[in-house]
Design a protein around this ligand. Structure first.
Ligand SMILES: [Zn+2]
Length: 313
């Protein structure tokens, strides 16, 4: 009879779709793979599944280097341009790793696990279908299935880690892309200069009223180095004007010797510490020369002193 298998133990005729004898429970011998061969194939598939690495977010980054490394190098580049030049170092490292990962053939563990899992499941299903009525085999298959479920749990965890990693990279990328650039000292000073320019008018008004203390207070409050040098120069001009008018009155009283003596002692005190400040202070220095020359010209010609010129600044 075709399609039927005869039991070697009891001689009963069984359907070819089963491997356990319906009459005596013995294992039916057929052409092709034996039960033991099939079980060892299942074990081999299980061994492959066991070689799957334990999950972790760093493993996800490494396993997906072709995507994660270019993203990480872009993030580093943004941070280097906006926050700190030190990020160029990590940019370089990630860039090199990105390039290397293109040429490196990397195993995708998740994909490989998925393929092995399909094979294992079909092997297991086939064994269950044919031999589940044999208690020994059934127990054995149940054990293997439990073991598989543990590994499958790890696989699912890895998939979640991979999602987490992509989420993390997207957040990091967005932050580094949208984060505003840290302002340089020059930019901060420029903003301060623009916003504190208004103080110069106040200083002029206060000085014209002789309120030097209030001017000093403004000087202590301003942040721009340019505004500071403006105020310092204005104060100096204010004090020099007082001196000059004292000398003028000596000249009016024809006290020339004393006037000459004092005029010779008058000097400009330079406050600039950088080029920007010097450019500003120079205009005040020119004003000082003008004022000093005017006083000097009021002296009798033979008593006049040599006043500094613009190049003396
Ligand atoms: Zn039998």
């Amino acid at each position: 009879m075709s399609g039927m298998i005869k039991c070697n133990k009891c001689g009963g005729q069984n359907s070819s779709s089963i491997r356990i004898c319906e009459f005596c429970g013995g294992i039916l011998e057929v052409e092709g793979k034996s039960l033991n061969e099939q079980l060892s194939e299942l074990d081999q598939s299980m061994e492959k599944l066991k070689s799957f690495p334990s999950p972790g977010i760093l493993d996800s980054v490494k396993n997906n280097a072709k995507i994660s490394m270019p993203i990480l190098s872009l993030i580093s580049l943004f941070l280097a341009l906006k926050i700190n030049e030190l990020f160029y170092l990590s940019f370089l490292i990630f860039l090199i790793t990105s390039l290397l990962s293109i040429f490196k053939k990397k195993t995708n563990y998740l994909k490989e696990f998925k393929l092995n899992k399909l094979l294992f499941n079909s092997q297991l299903a086939s064994l269950y279908g044919l031999y589940s009525k044999d208690p020994t085999t059934n127990t054995r298959l149940k054990q293997v299935e439990t073991e598989f479920n543990t590994l499958n749990g790890l696989y699912n965890k890895s998939k979640r880690f991979e999602l987490l990693m992509y989420g993390f990279l997207i957040v990091l990328f967005s932050v580094s892309y949208f984060i505003p650039a840290v302002k340089t000292e020059t930019e901060i000073n420029k903003e301060a200069t623009d916003s504190e320019m208004i103080n110069l008018e106040k200083v002029d008004a206060l000085l014209s009223q002789g309120k030097i203390n209030e001017v000093t207070q403004i000087l202590n409050e301003v942040k721009s180095s340019e505004i500071k040098i403006h105020i310092l120069s204005k104060i100096q001009i204010f004090n020099l004007k007082t001196k000059f008018s004292a000398i003028e009155s000596k000249i009016s009283n024809q006290d020339y010797d004393s006037a000459v003596n004092e005029l010779e002692q008058v000097q400009w005190k330079k406050n600039s510490v950088d080029f920007n400040q010097e450019t500003i202070e120079e205009s005040y220095f020119k004003n000082y020369i003008l004022l000093k020359t005017n006083v000097n010209n009021n002296l009798p010609e033979n008593q006049r002193i040599i006043v500094e010129s613009e190049v003396d600044f």
